[in-house]
Design a protein around this ligand. Structure first.
Ligand SMILES: *Cc1c(COP(=O)(O)O)cnc(C)c1O
Length: 441
């Protein structure tokens, strides 16, 4: 069903689209990258694989690069916040196995020029993965509803794999995603048996299409139930609603002179920046009003991902946004208790290695060890901790404690960070905040 939505029925697809379910977008991306790497090794003998991604591509590619020992080349987006095809072409070399486009990208909700990327992949005879994790269950319906959606699926020559999250706009239970391949030739490299035939195990012959071994059949049934119960009509109706709400929200934002929308959102993710005020201060006030928006970097901005829940409340959202902007404007200087100063500083700090190290320590040992690392190793005060707490609201209690101790306003040691300049590391350059996680997704 998912393949049929994404061009498998069209003659240009080659009629061989196939795939399987995974536990989420990240695992779908991991499988697509792994299959592409091994397919290219088989086809072209590439032994030192490299892949090229736009800066807006999901952090799952960083994981894939680490897991599968692939050199990752990250390329800035163009002025429209799309993948910069020219810049990507310049990075292609004899070791390139894969390039990537998103439709749309998570940070700004903008569709990359998939046709141009397809042309590039085709002419260099390399793989192109299209990340439809967010768009897969919206774009096909938006197109049927008449929205001008550029080509994004297997109808585009050169697209070799696609990831689609059923657990996002497909409205299936969390833990369900689909990875699709252009043909069986590519898909066969997702199976363990191709490179490491498990025929000698005393447990018997073994082959498996994903990273996980045992998997929950209940989730797959849940995804099937979501597709069947909503059906084409249900998805069309939902898409109509959220696309309309997205347009109303965009119109409302355009009426606030202090704010601007980042690029031209193609779908239901709208990122907002400001040249006049600190957008993270606006976010602080929105948070106090009960809105939890994602904070982004490069440039500093926040985004809203429109869902059916917003259909009833988007006017409240716009009203609160207007009020928040007014409050920030009328109260110059930092907002007491807010996180904006920390967020603003985090985006500017060149020492991405330290940010990465902190994220690692957080996952490994918890927050208190982060505090220790900051205090002892870097000899800085506590504002950094609150940065991590932004990302992990569950740690908010600790933040409150630090706040009550009056220690979060001390920025005197930030200068050390600027001076340190220890080079950049993966995971801290992703447009959408800082990212770290315990599992694969
Ligand atoms: C959510 C998302 C992913 C990763 O999906 P998980 O389900 O969180 O693992 C990848 N790419 C895009 C564009 C996404 O929105």
């Amino acid at each position: 069903m998912t393949a049929a939505l994404l061009g498998s029925k069209g003659t240009s697809s080659g009629g061989e689209i196939c795939g399987n379910m995974t536990s989420g977008g990240t695992e779908s991306i991991l499988m697509a990258v792994k299959s592409s790497r091994d397919y290219m090794k088989d086809k072209k003998g590439i032994k030192r694989p490299e892949m090229i991604i736009p800066e807006s591509a999901h952090s799952a590619y960083d994981k894939a690069a680490q897991y599968f020992n692939i050199k990752l080349r990250r390329v800035p987006v163009n002025k429209d916040f799309q993948a910069d095809v020219k810049a990507i072409r310049q990075q292609i070399n004899k070791n390139t196995v894969l390039i990537v486009g998103s439709a749309p990208g998570f940070p700004h909700g903008i569709i990359d020029p998939i046709e141009e990327l397809g042309g590039l992949a085709f002419s260099y005879d390399i793989c192109l993965h299209v990340d439809l994790c967010l768009g897969g269950f919206v774009l096909p319906f938006a197109r049927m509803l008449g929205y001008p959606i550029p080509p994004f699926d297997f109808s585009v020559k050169g697209v070799t794999s696609i990831s689609v999250d059923v657990h996002k706009y497909g409205l299936a239970p969390k833990g369900t995603s689909v990875v699709l391949y252009r043909n069986h030739d590519i898909r066969k490299f997702c199976f363990l048996c191709v490179l490491a035939a498990v025929t000698e195990w005393s447990g018997g012959l073994y082959v498996s299409p994903t990273i996980a071994g045992s998997r929950p059949g209940g989730l797959i049934a849940g995804a099937w139930a979501a597709l069947m119960s909503l059906g084409l009509e249900g998805y069309l109706e939902n898409t109509k609603t959220i696309m309309e709400v997205s347009q109303r929200i965009q119109k409302g934002i355009k009426e606030i002179p202090e704010l601007f929308i980042i690029g031209r959102p193609d779908m239901t993710i709208v990122a907002i920046g400001s040249n006049d005020l600190d957008i993270f201060e606006v976010n602080d006030i929105m948070t106090s009003k009960g809105w939890h928006l994602n904070a982004l970097q490069r440039p500093n901005s926040i985004h809203i991902c429109v869902t059916l829940q917003h259909a009833q409340v988007f006017e409240d959202y716009l009203r609160d946004l207007r009020e928040s902007v007014r409050t920030v404007k009328e109260n110059p200087g930092p907002i007491s208790g807010g996180l904006a100063p920390i967020y603003g500083a985090a985006g500017k700090i060149p020492d991405r290695g330290m940010v990465g190290e902190l994220l690692d320590v957080l996952v490994d040992f918890g927050l208190w060890r982060c505090v220790e690392v900051l205090l002892v190793k870097y000899a800085i005060s506590l504002p950094w901790c609150s940065l991590l707490m932004m990302k992990y609201p569950i740690l908010g209690a600790l933040y409150d404690t630090l706040l009550s101790l009056g220690r979060l306003s001390n920025h005197s040691c930030m200068k050390k960070l600027w001076l340190a300049g220890r080079g950049s590391s993966a995971g801290t350059r992703y447009d959408s905040q800082l990212m770290c996680s315990h599992g694969r997704g």
